[in-house]
Design a protein around this ligand. Structure first.
Ligand code: HEM
Length: 222
């Protein structure tokens, strides 16, 4: 049985995390097309399905991307689980008086934050990809799916998305910083810079993602 070292596992976490973050940025830019109107947004969603043609048959690229994201997600969760188990095994008895270590809120919520993000992703796919949990649920009209999803009388959906996206932001604020440290930013100055960049990137994502449901809620997009 292969037993990867903890350093290897941290590199797996960092690289798979970066793949997922890249997807999040591309997905956010795609979502922002909603501000250009139904035709542009629907055109973009349909283009995603034909991306890679005529080299690849229709939807193949989409499935390759889905497979890549699934592999990155499994690798990320697997490495996190093994690293946590090793950390626990190294200290089986809890400290009687655990010294207050300086760690940020986002660092302390990585595990539960990660679980919330994972549950959200499953809900979100059933909502806006397959349409099973969407009031419109028409794969040919993603614009209408989004607008009906975040309609004012469904404010609780916007609330749920807001909580999930804030959880994504907190998870990334620490995750991007950790990845930068694992991949070489070891000096104090490098780590400070990595922390600022991680917070800035997370803020861009949170604001970009939240702008869509709030634009629908306030009637800016209808
Ligand atoms: C308010 C914010 C968001 C909106 C409006 C939104 C919108 C959408 C829409 C419309 C689709 C379906 C695209 C299509 O028709 O092919 C989709 C798919 C998806 N979204 Fe989001 N999304 C949001 C946030 C997120 C977040 C935060 C994540 C990750 C944690 C995420 C992950 C995904 C994934 C994995 C898919 C499936 C892509 C595929 O079909 O392979 N989304 N999203």
């Amino acid at each position: 049985m292969v037993r990867p070292s903890s350093v290897t596992l941290k590199i797996i976490m960092a690289v798979s995390g970066i793949v997922l973050v890249l997807f999040l940025f591309v997905h956010m830019v795609g979502n922002l097309k909603i501000f250009l109107g139904a035709t542009d947004f629907n055109h973009y969603a349909h283009w995603l399905r034909s991306l890679g043609t005529p080299l690849l048959p229709e939807t193949w690229y989409l499935w390759i991307q889905r497979a890549g994201l699934t592999i990155a997600l499994i690798a990320h969760v697997y490495a996190a689980a093994v690293l946590t188990r090793r950390a626990r095994a190294a200290r089986p008895v809890k400290y009687a008086h655990r010294p207050k270590i300086q760690s940020s809120y986002s660092a302390r919520t990585m595990r539960w934050g990660g679980v919330i993000v994972l549950l959200f992703a499953i809900y979100h796919i059933l909502d806006l990809t397959t349409g099973h949990l969407n009031p419109n649920g028409d794969r040919e009209h993603p614009y209408t799916n989004v607008v009906q999803d975040f309609a004012p009388d469904r404010w609780y959906v916007t609330l749920f998305y807001t909580l999930a996206i804030v959880a994504v932001g907190l998870h990334l604020a620490h995750g991007i910083f950790s990845a930068a440290r694992t991949l070489g930013q070891q000096t104090m100055k490098g780590q400070r810079r990595a922390k600022h960049i991680a917070i800035a990137l997370s803020l861009v994502l949170v604001v970009g993602y939240l702008s869509v449901p709030f634009a629908v809620l306030t009637g800016l997009v209808d």
